[in-house]
Design a protein around this ligand. Structure first.
Ligand SMILES: CC(C)[C@H](C(=O)O)[C@@H](O)C(=O)O
Ligand code: SF4
Length: 480
């Protein structure tokens, strides 16, 4: 048999039918649903008199529009309230399992899927959300879909799709202490650009990726979409299997006790999952290599994730750019970001800090940020008006509180909030005011992303926490 990539294997396993032009009907194992992209899909289904094809394949949650404070008061903003209420009504009506706003299992859709074991190796996972690429960390074929496709999946449990090309991004070696998954993926995007992965499914491999926890792998795959690829993948290994074991939706978990019970279904699943890696000699259409030991803590300076440099660098000088198009883009970005050319990134002072989003709101991210806060001691800098920590789910929040991380944050002047997308894109009350500058652990730094006129610098949780404490960006490798 010819050697296949992981992507080839996942694809082949889910093809139901192939048209002459190569369009495939692909079976979808898991459909995650949130409040922003589902209302028209449910409406379309109802108007057509169709039923949901396979209820148990769906899991829904509201995350973008939920408030992160005073939840007992309900949702004050009428637009957000309508979105959340609509998802509640639709799920209740058709019978889709949903974690409602005050359920402690609620959280960002890309955090709760894996946390519940709803995302498993070998699955096809879709959601009306571009950061569905996150779930590829499990060796699952996962990508975002549009609202009309949400309706198609609800009605048929399939999707019409065309196969992408295979790209391998190999990160070999060991990262320096203080450098993590977020720095790796920002460095990748800095290297290949936001269109570098367009038309490809990216498999992330190499010893530095294998050394990452599942949380770290999710951070990397989360941003595959920012590199232009709809889907990112990491091969299954023992780290993957240990993570999924005993989760509520994982085979082998006793539904009565919620404990791991094992059994034949679990054994068979594990045996299959262990085949989910690229075969030796499998063909990749493109291969990119990075040396992990050379990656420094990253900070974005512009209005696209590819506008990224290391903490040791300076804001680019457009006058040094010969290409007119690139020069124009740098000039526009610097103007929006109100940055002087050649200013050291470490001298940029910030107004707000956001630790959260589907990129960096898992327990490990909370630990990483809290460890920096603890090490530096004292309180957030006086120029920092607001430092938000927004755990990715109620269960992450609960775990962090068991470990006393909330106390570490609160004692230093951070706000400890309820789970949701929050200031990642400001669909709720958490936002930047015009002109405010933010150190953010999220994934997009587009103009106005965190509030009209707001200025976003993407960084790791450790870098965000350090910036909060010192009021400007600092090299976390020095805080040892
Ligand atoms: C609202 C949703 C459709 C959107 C996405 O698809 O990614 C959002 O989650 C984002 O991060 O911009
Ligand atoms: S946390 Fe941000 S990136 Fe993730 S789904 Fe929510 S809005 Fe999108």
């Amino acid at each position: 048999m010819t050697a296949r990539t992981l992507y080839d294997k996942l694809w082949d396993e889910h093809v139901v039918h192939t048209e002459d032009d190569g369009t495939v009907t692909l079976y979808i194992d898991r459909h995650l649903v949130h409040e922003v992209t589902s209302p028209q899909a449910f409406e379309g289904l109802e108007l057509a008199g169709r039923k949901v094809w396979r209820l148990s394949a769906n899991l829904a949650v509201s995350d973008h529009n939920v408030p992160t404070t005073d939840r007992s008061q309900g949702i004050a903003d009428p637009v957000s309230k309508l979105q959340v209420d609509t998802l509640d009504k639709n799920c209740d009506r058709v019978g889709i399992t949903q974690f409602k706003m005050n359920d402690k299992r609620q959280g960002i859709v890309h955090v709760i899927g894996p946390e519940q074991g709803a995302t498993l190796p070998g699955m096809t996972v879709v959601c009306g959300d571009s950061h569905t690429s996150t779930h590829g960390a499990f060796g699952a074929l996962a990508h975002g879909i549009g609202t009309s496709e949400v309706e198609h999946v609800l009605a048929t449990q399939t999707l019409l799709a065309k196969k992408a090309k295979n790209m391998l991004i190999k990160v070999e070696g060991q990262v320096m202490s203080g450098v993590g998954a977020k720095d790796i993926v920002l460095a990748i995007i800095g290297k290949i650009g936001t269109a570098g992965g367009t038309g490809y499914t990216i498999e992330f491999g190499g010893s530095a990726i294998r050394a990452l926890s599942m949380e770290g792998r999710m951070t990397v795959c989360n941003m595959a979409i920012e590199a232009g690829a709809r889907a990112g993948l990491v091969a299954v290994d023992e780290t993957t299997i240990n993570y999924v074991k005993g989760r509520p939706f994982t085979p082998g978990t006793d539904p009565q006790t919620g404990q791991f019970a094992g059994g034949v279904e679990w054994e068979q699943a594990v045996a299959y999952w262990r085949t989910l890696h690229s075969d030796p000699g499998a063909h990749f259409d493109a291969v990119v290599e990075l040396d992990a030991s050379q990656i420094k803590p990253q900070v974005t300076w512009g209005t696209s994730p590819e506008m990224v440099l290391s903490i040791e660098d300076r804001v680019p000088d457009p006058d040094k750019e010969k290409d007119a198009v690139k020069r124009g883009a740098i000039e526009r970005a610097l103007q929006y970001m109100a940055l002087e050319p050649n200013k050291a990134l470490a001298d940029i002072r910030i107004d707000k800090v956001f630790i959260g989003s589907c990129t960096n709101s898992r327990i490990e991210d909370m630990r990483e940020a809290a460890a920096v806060v603890k090490r530096l001691g004292g309180r957030i800098a006086s120029n920092v008006k607001l430092a938000l920590v927004v755990p990715g789910s109620g269960l992450v929040k609960e775990q962090a509180e068991r470990e006393g991380l909330d106390q570490v944050f609160k004692a230093a002047g951070f706000e400890w909030r309820e789970p949701g997308c929050s200031m990642c894109l400001a669909m709720n009350a958490d936002r930047l005011e015009p002109g405010e500058r933010c150190a953010s652990t999220s994934n997009r730094n587009f103009e106005g992303r965190q509030g009209a006129g707001g200025r976003t610098h993407l960084v790791s949780p450790a870098m965000a926490a350090a910036a909060a404490m010192q009021g400007h960006f600092v090299d976390v490798r020095r805080i040892a």
